[in-house]
Design a binder for this molecule. Structure first.
Ligand code: ADP
Length: 497
């Protein structure tokens, strides 16, 4: 295999990286001195050992974040414009390290290097650039009161940072998820403890280094690498004001329970089982390409994966055949091979989970195309299309988080909507049609936080993202994200006279 990058560079980047945790601006070992290994999912070989952070380390990091949030700290006294410039600089530094980040993402997560380079890293940089502008633009209001003498009473609001945040992120877009969390926290003027996923800790560590280079004061961004128990300690910590979590719905419920102790604010970005509705009048080439992208992008390890495909009956066979064809064109392999368009799943656990769902689909009577393991090393699974499905099948109901789509035909606009919304989730949805009225009627009726029309997987730092129903609480990105990270304080003044 020829590599997309120089082999020496691979060693250099991995070796140069800190294996320690970032607490109070310093790289430190875990209190226990323990480490854990992160694997390359394409080879199953150890990539690096990193500090194994536990409750004690979380506590140390929270104390650093609390001190950095003190009223008289450099961070709290920093002019908002300067805060914005640091965030902007961090975006610049992310772009300057585009190739190193893409490499780390490919090695640690498995995703194709080219995809990380074209999507994950530029989107992360853009997020920081976008958020940098908000540092000076989050405004309170002077409010005309209702029952008070306006000559005597003045009411206005201040928007203040919520405080010390705990941010727990998953492994599917390690850098981008870190950016979605850290960007707004900094723009809001909060401090944070970030807990990357144990499967993919490396790019967050590079981000931490760059944040220090950008001029972030010590303690504003702390990074504790570790497992779920470190996340649980963060979610339960009494001195954390807010926890933001992205991951499975199951762990989301645990976060809510853990947060109840001090009733810290909680926002959640959880799972999905997103419906993709293709009408017969759609541009079928675009619908086929879009539907394949909806489920196969990032190995299907997307919370918004279009995993339930509903196609209007007259074009069902053609669309399904087109998606199967696209699946066959996908080159599954090591993410550093320039030919690769789909990498391995992130871990053995994820491989077992995805192949388990494919087996359950087969056992429940679905017809399967694809679905096999690819090679005998690494966690590779071929893109998979399930047909002859029924709504009650486990593989149709539950989130698989892999390249597995369940397809079914439908008869008309009126009967697809209850079916499309027949899920506890509500993260993403999509519709393909040339009829603008049908597109908007369908989008309007979808119980989902994002609806794509004639496209899929399009994101922007300015556009809010989050879930209805059991897909989450709150929105990330856009100006909406500041509802997560700001408190509103009302000041009422008696002017006398
Ligand atoms: P997945 O099942 O896709 O691996 P998870 O929801 O388990 O996703 O993990 C997402 C993030 O949540 C990771 O950083 C993980 O370490 C963390 N995590 C797992 N369990 C808990 C928990 N009980 N409390 C807090 N964080 C957790």
């Amino acid at each position: 295999m020829t590599l997309a990058v120089d082999e020496n560079r691979v060693d250099e980047v991995v070796k140069s990286l800190s294996r320690k945790m970032l607490i109070n601006g310093e790289w430190v070992d875990s209190a226990s001195g323990r480490t854990f290994e992160t694997l390359n999912p394409a080879t199953e070989e150890v990539l690096a050992s990193v500090a194994h952070g536990e409750a004690e380390d979380v506590d140390r990091a929270v104390r650093a974040a609390r001190a950095a949030f003190d009223d008289s700290s450099p961070w709290r006294r920093m002019p908002h414009g300067q805060r914005g410039r640091i965030i902007h600089k961090l975006g610049d530094l992310v772009l300057e390290h585009l190739e190193d980040f893409a490499l780390l993402e490919s090695l640690d997560n498995g995703k194709p290097y080219a995809v990380a380079k074209a999507a994950d890293v530029p989107l992360a940089a853009d997020l920081f650039h976008y958020m940098s502008g908000w540092a000076t633009k989050i405004e309170g209001a002077t409010i005309p009161t209702s029952g008070l003498d306006p000559a005597r009473y003045l009411g206005f609001t201040l928007r203040e940072p919520v405080g010390v945040c705990g941010q727990i992120i998953p492994w599917n877009f390690p850098l981008l998820m870190a950016a979605w969390k850290v960007g707004p926290v900094l723009a809001a003027g909060c401090t944070t403890v970030l807990k990357p996923a144990e499967q993919t800790p490396l790019s967050a560590l590079l981000l931490g280094e760059l944040a220090m280079q950008a001029g972030l004061p010590p303690g504003v961004l702390n990074i504790v690498t570790g497992f779920g128990e470190a996340g649980a300690a963060l979610a339960a910590h009494r001195d954390v004001d807010k926890v933001a979590f992205t991951g499975s719905t199951e762990v989301g419920r645990e976060i809510v329970k853990a947060a109840a102790g001090n009733l810290k604010k909680v926002t959640l970005e959880l799972g999905g089982k997103s419906p993709n509705v293709v009408y017969a009048d759609a541009d079928l080439d675009a619908a086929i390409a879009g539907s394949a992208n909806a489920i196969f992008f990032n190995q299907g390890e997307c919370c918004v994966a279009g995993s339930r495909l509903y196609v209007e009956a007259p074009v069902y066979d053609e669309v399904v055949a087109g998606i199967r064809e696209q699946a066959e064109l996908i080159k599954v392999g090591n993410g550093l091979d320039p030919e690769t368009t789909m990498g391995p799943l992130v871990s053995q656990e994820q491989f077992d989970r995805v192949t388990g769902y494919i087996r359950s689909g087969r056992d429940d009577g679905a017809t399967i195309s694809g679905g096999d393991r690819v090679g005998d090393r690494g966690y590779f699974v071929a893109p998979t299309v399930l047909t002859e499905t029924r709504e009650e099948m486990t593989a149709v109901r539950e989130e698989i988080f892999g390249p597995v789509v369940a397809a079914a035909p439908f008869d008309s606009e009126s009967d697809i909507m209850p079916t499309a919304n027949n899920t506890n989730y509500g993260l993403g949805a999509g519709v393909f049609t040339k009829d603008v009225g049908k597109a908007y009627r369908t989008a309007r009726r979808m119980r989902a936080g994002t609806v794509w029309v004639n496209t899929w997987n399009v994101f922007d730092a300015s556009l809010p993202f989050g879930g209805y129903k059991e897909s989450g609480w709150g929105r990330e990105m856009g100006s909406a994200v500041f509802n997560n990270y700001m408190e509103t304080k009302t000041v009422i003044t008696d002017l006398g006279g």
